[in-house]
Design a protein around this ligand. Structure first.
Ligand code: KIV
Length: 287
């Protein structure tokens, strides 16, 4: 399958569709969520890819600190700096001016105290983000509340939180035992009460992700968390099968048979929207 923008691919892509598309807003995302429409998110780090993703109808572009691994070749996300994140946020925001761009607060830019988190989030917003993402629960709700009070939309991130990879003992499924599951449920509730509008759930069992999606008052976006979240996210390079090193088991290679990056991204959006991706049975995260 290969498509040019002018051929269009209604309802999820094509230059004409993109040109007529209004800028994505938190209000529109909430309306989609309330209407039961799945939210399609992909990572983006550069202007050209961001423009293509916007053109294909990807709802949200995540400037993830995964760029440390994908773009910079590091073994983890930990070395990424706030300056580097701001640079990539600017690239993506210029390439995809109608997209909802959320950006990771990198490791070390929000852990010290609320004032540091507000300063770092402001830098990402000034670079072009519309929302910031931060990892973890327990200690993070006061940070989330402070950002939300200051007009900064927040996406939380629970489950496998890559910035804590050394504490977690590797890239492992989280919340498998009862106590771990109870902790995640409590943390999701607290983050929702603090005002987080979105919650990324990474590598948690599918049944738990479904429960978390009920507990959390906003939108849940899964990655390796089964099909019952309100949306899905993948690292762009993983779904294009150009990952450095081993690829996570839950990733589908959308380039297989696609013929072009555009066709692969269109297929991703189509499959997330229809529920054809992810396949719980295939990926083995159903409890
Ligand atoms: O950094 C990132 O790309 C992420 C996704 C894996 C959710 O946080």
């Amino acid at each position: 399958m290969s498509e040019s923008p002018s051929q269009g691919s209604a309802p999820y892509g094509g230059a004409a569709a993109a040109a007529s598309r209004k800028p994505m807003t938190l209000h529109r995302l909430r309306s989609m969520h309330e209407a039961g429409e799945k939210i399609a998110m992909l990572t983006a780090y550069d202007a050209a890819s961001a423009a293509l993703l916007e053109d294909c109808g990807v709802d949200c572009l995540l400037v993830g600190d995964s760029l440390g691994m994908v773009m910079q070749g590091h073994a983890s996300t930990l070395p990424v700096s706030l300056e580097q994140m701001s640079y990539h946020v600017g690239c993506v925001a210029r390439g995809a001016p109608r997209s909802w761009v959320l950006a990771d607060l990198p490791f070390g830019s929000y852990q010290a105290d609320v004032a540091q988190a507000v300063r770092s989030a402001a830098a990402l917003m000034q670079a072009g983000a519309q929302m910031v993402k931060l990892e973890g629960g327990g200690w993070t709700p006061p940070v989330v509340a402070a950002l939300v009070e200051r007009g900064i939309p927040v996406c939380a991130h629970l489950g496998l939180t890559p910035q804590s990879v050394h504490a977690l003992g590797g890239y492992r499924i989280q919340g498998r035992d009862e106590q771990g599951a109870r902790t995640l449920l409590r943390q999701a509730r607290e983050l929702g009460q603090a005002g987080a509008a979105m919650l990324v759930l990474e590598l948690v069992p599918s049944d738990l992700a479904a429960q978390l999606s009920v507990e959390f008052p906003g939108m849940t976006i899964g990655i390796g968390a089964g099909a019952r979240t309100h949306g899905q996210v993948l690292v762009l390079h993983d779904m294009l099968d150009i990952t450095l090193g081993p690829k996570p088991r839950f990733v589908r290679n959308f380039m297989l048979g696609a013929g072009s990056m555009r066709a692969a991204v269109l297929a991703y959006v189509r499959d997330v929207k229809s529920g054809a991706f992810p396949d719980e049975a295939l990926h083995g995260y159903a409890a």
